[in-house]
Every structure is written in structure tokens, then in C-alpha cells.
Write a protein that binds this ligand. Structure first.
Ligand code: SF4
Length: 370
């Protein structure tokens, strides 16, 4: 880590500038950090003396992010566009018969530099988004004609950047569709800006409409006192909160980090649903891990975790849905290709070659405690 320790704020500023230019020309999400999260990054940078810590890497580019490329990277691995019907373009995605991903906003509180939706989000930000009324009209017409859809997941962007009034309009519209029994929100607002939920109005709204909340927390240091206080208030309102997240190189690629994150969340009534394989999208190599190393980390978690933490699934998302280790049917180690099957569909995953992988250092990953 000696080289990383000498990295100054000036060097990081230059790197940020290079990245911002790249973001403009290559459809990447620009750097955007909330003051709340920035404070944590500053504390980390001061403690470590460099920007290679897990929180800094979540929102700021590293040299690897700028330079490392892996074979088989594509713009949009899950191919969201192939799961949008023409009249619902940029409104909702339907990959499974019984649920729909509704994307009412392309705005996020901050930008996660590993974001696997960067391609579609960048395009949506550049275009003209339909008004919420127009989106709801298309969504509800579809839901009325498709009673097999029982769950609507609000994603984005981050739906918790919407106003109370907009969220209420969405919930009211969905409540009128009797076949929709479940509403879920995917968000990082509680992690990036918990003060956005500082009054109880929105929490009461989520409770009223029985909304499940899924955080995307990637590291235990994101779960600070302010976030814990918000989780306690959500719990007091009877809101069910879950977490799912990608395993990311030099952010959380160690069993100790994953266990600390899951344990901390469980203590505060948050159950971990899934740990995801990072998707092979353009400029993602800095965050990716070879499949075998991921499996070893997950095995270590499974061996050490108490049973109440062990119910999460480890999976890879794909244009045809999620696949797990048991769906792996073939591998070609020379070509670094893994083939998974789901419902008759072949998913060819370009693994990260071992030579491009480098495990995170636990003293950096858990710099407060290791
Ligand atoms: S909050 Fe979600 S959608 Fe927004 S940048 Fe982060 S991962 Fe992507």
C-alpha cells in the first residue's frame, strides 16, 4: 500500500478531472457526493492518508477505474432495454412475469461509481423524462391488463429523491390496482443522506402503504450512528428493511467486511437478501473479482456466519434473470468464460481473469477496526 499512501488530494483532484471528462464522452455517471457521505470519506482519507479506502472508492475514481479493462465488458450487461416494452421505454422494466421495476426518476442522491445501471441512467439523464403522471398512466394501464404482476419495485435513479407528494401519488395509483400486493423501494438515500428522511411524514407514508425498503449498503462504515437512528425510526414505524449489494473489489472483498456489514444491519433489524456478482460493464474492472475468489469469500462467510445471517443468496443478474452457483453448467478456464443456464436460456459470463484481480487489504478495508 506504500504507493497508495503517498497519493495526495492534488493527485486525486487530477484523477477526478480526468474521470469527469471520461464520464462526459463515455456515458459514465459523473462524480456526485453528498456532504454527509463526503464527511465519512474525509475521515477515511485522513486516517489512511490516501483515497484507496472503501468509502472513497465507492464515490471517487481510482487509477484502476480509469485504466483497467477486462475482456468481454459491455455497455449494459443486464440489457435493461431488452426488457422494456416500446410504450414503457424508460418507465418500467419487466424481466419476470410477476414483478415490474418502475423507474420514476433517474436522479440519485449521490453516484456510486460502480453503478451497474450507468449506461441506461446516463441516457435517461440526457433525454427528456416523461412526467410522473404520464409514467403512471402507462404503468397502471399495463398493470390493469396484467393481473399476474403482483409486485412493483420502485428503483431508478433513487425513488427516495422524489417528493412526498410524488411518492404518495405513486402509492395511491398502485393501491387502486388490486392485483398489486407488494411495493418495494430500492434506495441508497438512507446511506447517502439520512437527513432527507428526518421528519416522520415519509416514514408514515411507507408504513401506510406497507412498503418494503431495500438498502444497497456496501460497507459496514456506511452504517453510522445517523443511519442507525434512521433504521430505528423505520423499525418503530413497522417498515420492513432489507439490504442487498454487490461484492466489490477493494470495497468489501473480504469475509470479515461482509460479516461485519450483515451483522451490523441484522442488529438493527435489516436482513441481507442477496450479494451480487459485479456486472461486466464498461469501466467496471476496478470493482470486479474473479469468480473463484468471490466463491471463496462467500464460502468463508457461509462457514462463519450464524444461521440468522446465512439466508442470503449469492447471485449474478443477467438479461434473463438471476442465476446462482448451482446454475453454472460449463466453464472454459482458458477463455475465462462461465456458462449459466436459466429456464433454457444460456448466459455466457466473461469472468475477470485472475491476473487482473488483486484482493483488498483487510487493514484498509476495515481501517477503523482491523
Ligand atoms: S444509487 Fe443506485 S442507481 Fe444511483 S448511482 Fe448508486 S447504484 Fe446507481
Amino acid at each position: 500500500m506504500a504507493a497508495a499512501q503517498s497519493i495526495s488530494r492534488d493527485t486525486q483532484d487530477a484523477r477526478n478531472e480526468t474521470y469527469q471528462a471520461l464520464a462526459q464522452t463515455h456515458g459514465l455517471l459523473p462524480i456526485k457526493v453528498t456532504p454527509f457521505y463526503q464527511k465519512k470519506v474525509d475521515e477515511e482519507v485522513t486516517a489512511l492518508g490516501h483515497f484507496g479506502g472503501p468509502l472513497a472508492r465507492t464515490v471517487y475514481p481510482s487509477d484502476e477505474r480509469l485504466q483497467l479493462r477486462a475482456p468481454g465488458e459491455v455497455a449494459d450487461w443486464v440489457d435493461d432495454r431488452s426488457n422494456m416494452i416500446a410504450q414503457a421505454k424508460d418507465i418500467f422494466i419487466q424481466k419476470y412475469e410477476n414483478r415490474i421495476l418502475f423507474t420514476p426518476t433517474s436522479t440519485c442522491a449521490a453516484h456510486c461509481l460502480y453503478c451497474f445501471r450507468q449506461d441506461v441512467l446516463t441516457e435517461q439523464k440526457a433525454g427528456t423524462q416523461k412526467t410522473l403522471d404520464e409514467q403512471l398512466k402507462v404503468l397502471t394501464a399495463h398493470l390493469k391488463a396484467h393481473a399476474e404482476v403482483t409486485e412493483v419495485i420502485l428503483s431508478g435513479g433513487d425513488p427516495l429523491t422524489l417528493s412526498y407528494a410524488d411518492l404518495e401519488r405513486i402509492f395511491v395509483a398502485l393501491a387502486e390496482i388490486k392485483s398489486v400486493s407488494d411495493i418495494r423501494i430500492h434506495t441508497r438515500v438512507p446511506i447517502f443522506a439520512p437527513s432527507a428522511l428526518k421528519n416522520d411524514e415519509k416514514l408514515a407514508l411507507f408504513a401506510k402503504y406497507n412498503v418494503r425498503m431495500v438498502l444497497h449498503s456496501v460497507h459496514p462504515y456506511e452504517i453510522c450512528e445517523d443511519v442507525i437512528a434512521l433504521l430505528a425510526r423505520m423499525h418503530a414505524h413497522g417498515i420492513r428493511v432489507y439490504n442487498h449489494f454487490p461484492i466489490l473489489r477493494h470495497v468489501n472483498d473480504h469475509a470479515d467486511v461482509l460479516l461485519e456489514l450483515m451483522q451490523k444491519l441484522e442488529t438493527h433489524h435489516v436482513r441481507t437478501l442477496s450479494i451480487y456478482v459485479p456486472e461486466p460493464i464498461y469501466y467496471s474492472a476496478a470493482y470486479r473479482i474473479s469468480y473463484d475468489r468471490m466463491c471463496r469469500i462467500i464460502d468463508a462467510v457461509n462457514q462463519r456466519a450464524p444461521s440468522w445471517l446465512n439466508s442470503f443468496r449469492f447471485c449474478l443478474d443477467s438479461p434473463h434473470g438471476k442465476v446462482r452457483r448451482e446454475n453454472l453448467v460449463m466453464r472454459d478456464n482458458d477463455a475465462n468464460i462461465l456458462v449459466f443456464m436459466r429456464e433454457g436460456q444460456r448466459i455466457v459470463y466473461p469472468d475477470l481473469p485472475e491476473k487482473l484481480d488483486a484482493p483488498g487489504d483487510i487493514k484498509t478495508l476495515l481501517w477503523k477496526t482491523a
